[in-house]
Design a protein around this ligand. Structure first.
Ligand SMILES: NC(=O)c1ccc[n+]([C@@H]2O[C@H](COP(=O)([O-])OP(=O)(O)OC[C@H]3O[C@@H](n4cnc5c(N)ncnc54)[C@H](OP(=O)(O)O)[C@@H]3O)[C@@H](O)[C@H]2O)c1
Length: 362
């Protein structure tokens, strides 16, 4: 490596670029979060991030924000610059045209049209490129985007509130409040990092949730409800409060794709009077949704689990006693799962599990 910066300096600037990238959260999907910092003679002269889908890429915003001529400077960017014409011109050309001398990249772009080709194009034009700084942090931050690009499926997290005996409520005809205020705030933060939240018909009917991020700052994700026969009443919160877009997944045997003033209807394959859960995830991905939080009851969670469609599980447990309870958490988080973290939220405990093969890939 013949660049003039120390490893510590590069990591510090890349951390800054990652922080900037997070400001795009909630507005860029299905694009990734990307940040960029321009440095000249050891001093930051420009910063930018991808602010919204269809808008300028991070590199363009950083160059436009430069307070000095960027010729001869170094660009620090969290994802490999694009080399294709998409909604905006290629960033590689922009860096070449602006006389950038060298580029530091955290992660390669998994998109096969770019993967490595952006780096190659920069090098072919005399720009020194160094890649691999904090690349794991960037791929973790963009895990939805990475999975969506590689597999055509969203990153799926299941959230469960239960008591210490593993009960999610009294029964599936009753709403049961199980966890505390800290857990609620934490789960709203989790929601704010996702593109969409999915619930089942029965949860929509019994709990009538809003599925917003109201106790934290952030953008409300889209709301998706499974409703094969379109029997849910139109006055429930997700149809009537205008807080976020709502998508109804219905049977393709009965309905066409269409849209009303309060929701969008997307037909999904039906098998034995149930939704084909694999098709559910494919249809969601086709909408440009790269991450989904399932907040349904046990029936739907079990169906997604049986088809190994779940990547992570967040379990919020309380010491709440639920007399005569029968609504059991259906997940057996044993050999295929790894406990990634656990912490106390007041008297509640939050445990985060991840599928083992995903942990090994990290
Ligand atoms: N503690 C928690 O974390 C938590 C979270 C959410 C909900 N809940 C509680 O859970 C209860 C509802 O649970 P639930 O399990 O009955 O409802 P659910 O999982 O929210 O929804 C299940 C319904 O979805 C429909 N469905 C369509 N395709 C399906 C498929 N492939 N697999 C499974 N279901 C499919 C079926 O409705 P149709 O037969 O009408 O088509 C099914 O009855 C409520 O009491 C609610 O309060 C607890």
């Amino acid at each position: 490596m013949n660049h003039k910066y120390s490893n510590e300096f590069i990591i510090n600037i890349m951390e800054r670029a990652i922080e900037l990238s997070k400001r795009g959260r909630g507005n860029v999907s299905p694009n990734p979060l990307v940040g960029c910092v321009i440095v000249k003679d050891g001093k930051i002269i420009g910063e930018g991030y991808h602010e919204k889908y269809g808008g300028n890429h991070a590199e363009k915003n950083a160059i436009e924000n430069c307070i000095e001529d960027p010729v001869g400077s170094s660009a620090f960017v969290t994802l490999e610059p694009c080399c294709i014409h998409s909604k905006t011109p290629p960033c590689t050309q922009l860096l070449i045209d602006n006389g950038i001398h060298e580029v530091f990249i955290a992660s390669k772009d998994p998109n096969p049209d770019i993967n490595g080709k952006g780096i190659e194009q920069l090098r072919d034009n005399g720009i020194n490129v160094y890649q691999g700084f904090l690349d794991e942090d960037v791929s973790k931050l963009n895990k939805g985007f990475f999975k969506w690009v590689k597999e055509g499926l969203p990153w799926v997290i299941v959230k469960i509130a239960q008591n210490q005996d593993g009960y999610m409520g009294v029964n599936n005809e009753t709403q049961t409040w199980i966890t505390n205020e800290e857990s609620r705030e934490n789960s709203h933060y989790l929601r704010s990092k996702m593109d969409a939240i999915l619930i089942g018909t029965q949860t929509a009917r019994i709990d009538n949730p809003k599925l917003t991020v109201r106790s934290v700052n952030g953008t409300n994700p889209k709301r998706i409800v499974v409703d094969l026969n379109r029997t849910l009443p139109q006055d429930i919160n997700i149809f009537s409060d205008n807080e976020a877009e709502t998508i109804v997944l219905c049977s393709e045997n009965l309905f066409d794709r269409n849209k009303t003033s309060n929701c969008k209807y997307i037909p999904v394959e039906e098998v034995d009077s149930k939704m084909n859960v694999k098709d559910v995830m494919k249809k969601i991905a086709n909408e440009g949704i790269t991450s989904v939080l399932i907040e349904s009851g046990p029936k739907l969670i079990k169906s997604f689990d049986q088809h190994k469609l779940i990547d992570e599980v967040y379990i919020y447990s309380s010491d709440f006693d639920i007399p005569h309870s029968s609504l059991v958490n259906p997940l057996r988080l044993e050999s295929e799962w790894l406990l990634k973290s656990n912490k106390m939220l007041g008297t509640n405990e939050l445990q985060v599990f991840k599928r083992k093969e995903l942990c090994l890939q990290e």
